[in-house]
Design a protein. Structure first.
Lengths: 216, 226
């Protein structure tokens, strides 16, 4: 087996472990689904009647970001509670594979939440076009790539639940700009390119630095 | 350490340069035709902003060196640069806000991309302190903080573009600050101010570094004694 396939199989094994844990315990995903739906309902009451669709579109992004935060806050909980992090670090695989596996797992959860959120948003508020969906996909990659690293940082700190949003929100601002822009601007392609660049820059950075965050 | 001895001299030189800078900015430089006296805050606002960038950049550079070659010293240096950067970032927000009030009549304008960028960075680096103080001291904290500092320098250009893009749909009309070109005296005064503020940041960095080290040594000593 070449080094690349070996790396890929490590990543898949790690991501599958998280998905299997979720299937058995159902700790995170139902909460994310319910949360995103409840937020959308809350937004109906928060938006005055007659507000433009653009405003609703901005709120969709708030819902998505906070739903992602909900999932990210629990991303490293199984490892921490089971004391499995040391074992993972000692495992004969590249440490960045741990990050990539976690990113993929969180991405699956977030995608599932978005599969509920986007149709619900289209039903309740405003139609969602293809460019907007592409924006959501690209931003989700960035959210998970950055978020899983920051969640690992927050997991090492004392105030986990409090710290993560503080670390994450300033980094999420460009994603929100890109996502909202892709949805409401006539030049959606510019925003999609920007989101792609963000993903590239921060995925490489997170991939390269994750090892330092995880090792004692 | 011989480098510690030059600190009082450096501090004195900085005070002198800053004194000259104040005189140049307030008295010597010609009044801006367009904005009048309020334009003079430019001589402090812009150098402070540039210095904040420099501090964040140096903080990230020290962080990179820490990850590369290690050493507790670099953790302190990175932390202290970021500390200075946050101070100068806050000053940028304050001076920018005053300038906005003077020339646009509002304390805050989302149309000023630079100010918005500094607000984002300010929030980001405030979270750095939250992170730092909630992780137990040790090699892992050094590395976690270093990684976060590196994310900061990546965030600066990314946010810069993001805010540019956002102003297209949030604020279709952007305030312009274009006046006549700077004259030679204006540019000279600006340069002196810039040098003065940069020196000030460096002196503050050196003093703060000594303070932080003493603090850490004291804590170590106390732990060893108890």
């Amino acid at each position: 087996m070449s080094a690349l396939t070996l790396y890929a199989s490590d990543v898949v094994a790690l991501a599958r472990k998280d998905l299997r844990l979720e299937l058995r315990a159902r700790d995170t995903l139902p909460a994310m689904l319910l949360f995103v739906l409840s937020t959308l309902v809350v937004f109906h009451f928060a938006l005055p009647t007659g507000t433009a669709d653009d405003a609703a579109y901005g709120l969709l992004w708030i819902a998505l970001i906070f739903t992602a935060l909900l999932g990210l806050a629990r991303a490293w909980a199984p490892e921490r509670e089971g004391g499995a992090l040391d074992g993972l670090v000692l495992a004969p695989c590249d440490r960045s594979a741990i990050w990539l596996g976690k990113t993929l797992a969180v991405l699956v959860f977030l995608t599932a939440a978005e599969l509920v959120a986007l149709p619900a948003f289209a039903l309740f508020f405003a139609p969602v076009d293809l460019v907007a969906v592409a924006g959501v996909v690209l931003a989700s990659i960035g959210i998970c790539a950055v978020g899983s690293l920051l969640a690992a940082m927050a997991a090492a700190s004392r105030g986990r639940e409090v710290i993560l949003p503080l670390l994450f929100l300033p980094l999420a601002i460009p994603l929100i700009v890109g996502g909202v822009g892709a949805g409401i601007s006539p030049e959606g392609a510019t925003y999609l390119t920007f989101l792609g660049l963000y993903d590239l820059v921060f995925a490489i950075l997170a991939w390269a630095t994750f090892e330092y965050v995880i090792t004692e | 350490m011989s480098s510690r001895n030059n600190l009082p001299l450096l501090a004195f030189a900085t005070t002198a340069v800053l004194g000259i800078a104040v005189v140049l900015a307030l008295l010597v430089a010609p009044e801006d035709v367009d904005q009048g006296v309020s334009q003079r805050i430019f001589y402090f606002h812009v150098p402070i902003a540039l210095t904040a960038y420099l501090c964040f950049g140096l903080g990230a550079w020290k962080a990179l060196r820490l990850l590369w070659v290690g050493g507790e010293r670099r953790d302190f240096e990175s932390y202290t640069w970021i500390h200075q950067g946050t101070i100068f970032g806050a000053l940028t927000l304050i001076t920018g806000s005053i300038w906005a009030k003077a020339s646009w009549g509002v304390w805050w304008s989302w149309g000023s991309n630079q100010l918005v960028l500094f607000l984002v960075l300010f929030l980001f680096y405030c979270a750095y302190f939250m992170l730092r103080f909630s992780v137990d001291e040790g090699a892992r904290r050094e590395r976690i903080c270093a990684v976060y500092a590196l994310f900061g320098v990546a965030l600066i250009p990314v946010s810069f573009f993001a805010i540019r893009l956002a102003s297209d749909f949030i604020h279709p009309t952007v305030f312009t600050r274009e006046g006549p070109q700077m004259t030679g005296t204006m540019f000279g005064s600006f340069l002196v101010c810039w040098v003065g503020i940069t020196l000030l940041a460096y002196v503050m960095y050196r003093i703060e570094l000594v303070g932080k080290r003493t603090d850490a040594n004291l804590r170590e000593l106390r732990e060893a004694l108890s």
